[in-house]
Design a binder for this molecule. Sequence first.
Ligand code: SF4
Length: 226
Amino acid sequence: MMERFVFLETDYVPDLDMLRDGKFYHGDVDSPAVARLLERCRAVVRPRAVAACVEVSHDSEGHVTAVGGEEMSSPVLDGQLGKLHRAFAYVATCGPEIAGVDYEGDDELRRALLAFCIGALNAVTGKMTAALTERYHLGKTAVLNPGSLPEWPLAEQDKVFRLLGDVTGDTGAVLGENHFMSPLASSSGLLFETEQDYQNCSYCTNFGCVIRRAPYDPEKAAQLRK
Ligand code: SF4
């Protein structure tokens, strides 16, 4: 493994703005129950991430064959990493502390808690990206996430974890036998430098997704799946 980094985001303070867009929480944002939840979240939140610079290997035709020594192949990887020799494996998480906050058995509060957890995940992901960008003098970056698209399935998440050593010890994120991570507001993948505006979502047909970051692009999707 090349350089490895652990990040703790200490500046993130959950606030009610995460609830106001109505994507997750549909109740009264100013209710006493939400205020209690917010205080509990603020008391414990510790979003963390771990990342490592890893080598990207190719065959003679430019297809990706391995990342960090782990065998990996996918048209998604070929499309984005085909001309690169390094990427950054990472796992980022809201942390088990906030994910385990008491939501009083209330389903709407559970949704509010998920929104705060996603805010924490986004905060530490931003911190990690900024730090890697500064350390490696990167330009524009994007990420590939196993399981976002069927062409790079969720089981590949196991390999990303193997690249990073003691992920659970450093972040609290746990990888289950079903390849899903806990807490739910966690993300794994490969960050890479690119001149394109790559987003997994442009290729994704999960049209009900509330965290979609880019519209579905049928032309790009057809290009990937030709
Ligand atoms: S639309 Fe949602 S499920 Fe699909 S890649 Fe984007 S974030 Fe993931």
